[in-house]
Design a protein around this ligand. Structure first.
Ligand SMILES: Cc1ncc(C[n+]2csc(CCOP(=O)(O)OP(=O)(O)O)c2C)c(N)n1
Ligand SMILES: [Mg+2]
Length: 322
């Protein structure tokens, strides 16, 4: 892997982390009034995968959508404006954090009804196949979404019609406060279920960005070439509370040892150390990266704050059918 790719992977993860840290620190000012599901700790997955995509490829997300939007090239100013409910937001200020969209960038939809974007993504991939557009559709979802019936229908349909889809299950072991052990049989793996239904499936470490990049590069190439779906299940961990800008570990729903182990397994810190050691970048250059991103984020927040709320006559447009 060349130095530029390594640098880009690190840059992408640091940018994501810094964007969400700013959202977290500004949230109590009460100017962002939508719920936010932060993905801190899960940076490696969308960074590693989306760097392999072409502009024309299409991505679907769910309630925890910020990183998918950013990784696919979604506009940061429009994302922050959306969180502020402003007319300059990517959904006109009417959707908030859970309804990010940037069609031009290929972020087709984020929908917070758990599992709901899976069949939409499958439908789009079917249309793409019929139109011979040679686009790959990537559908991101949490392990909780695999407990919805629609997941199985979608996997079946994608297998039956050989659809060009990369299903990405970000297994962070929790659905709100419930550990996966209380929701799914321990000896059954999600990737084995999809495999038994006819979709090539793999399990992977979700905190190792280079490994994710290299492995999914081959997969995406194979999906595009052979018109066949692949599912990957990546183990990772959500660092902050399920919904909101804070930490909720005082509630004790997560085992302390487990928490410590995952916090020590930060995808960014490990990779940063590795690239500094390999001399891909110097401490000086790293400092400049932080400064550059900080400036970009400040400009995006200023833009959002200065933007106007949607006008009254636009408020109900697209909300109800005529
Ligand atoms: C159909 C449906 N059921 C329940 C909810 C409430 N809910 C929102 S997020 C969430 C957790 C989903 O867990 P997972 O898919 O693992 O994603 P994660 O939050 O871990 O990223 C739940 C139950 C919902 N939005 N939609
Ligand atoms: Mg989860």
């Amino acid at each position: 892997m060349n130095k530029k790719t390594k640098f880009n992977l690190l840059y992408s993860m640091i940018r994501m982390r810094m964007v969400e840290e700013r959202i977290s620190s500004e949230y109590s000012n009460q100017q962002m009034r939508c719920p936010v599901h932060l993905s801190v700790g899960q940076e490696a997955i969308s960074s590693g995968i989306c760097l392999n995509l072409k502009d024309k490829d299409q991505v679907f997300s769910a309630h925890r959508s910020h990183f998918h939007y950013l990784a696919k090239g979604g506009n940061l100013k429009q994302m922050i404006s959306e969180l502020f409910g402003k007319e300059t937001g990517c959904a006109g200020g009417k959707g908030g954090s859970m309804h990010l969209i940037d069609i031009k960038a290929g972020l087709i939809a984020a929908v917070p009804i758990v599992g709901s974007t899976i069949p939409i993504g499958v439908g789009l991939a079917w249309a793409n196949k019929l139109n011979r557009s040679n686009k790959v559709v990537v559908i991101f979802f949490g392990e909780g979404a695999t407990e919805e019936g629609v997941f199985y229908e979608s996997i079946n349909f994608a297998a039956l019609h050989n659809l060009p889809i990369l299903f990405v299950c970000e297994n962070n072991y929790y659905s709100v406060y419930s550990n996966i052990k209380n929701r799914q049989p321990t000896n059954r793996k999600i990737s084995n279920v999809s495999k038994s239904m006819g979709v090539e499936s793999y399990r992977m470490n979700g905190n190792k960005v280079e490994e994710i990049f290299t492995k999914t590069q081959k997969m995406i190439h194979s999906i595009r070439k052979n018109n066949k779906p692949i599912l990957i299940e990546l183990s990772t961990y959500r660092v902050l509370e399920h919904c909101g800008p804070n930490n909720d570990d005082h509630l004790n729903y997560r085992n302390k040892k487990e928490l410590k182990r995952w916090l020590n397994n930060c995808p960014i810190e490990k990779y940063k150390e590795h690239l500094l050691k390999q001399k891909v970048l110097s401490n000086e250059e790293l400092k400049k990266v932080y400064q550059k991103i900080d400036k970009e984020i400040s400009q995006s927040f200023d833009f959002a704050k200065k933007s106007k709320f949607p006008k009254k006559d636009k408020l109900f447009k697209y909300i109800y059918a005529d």
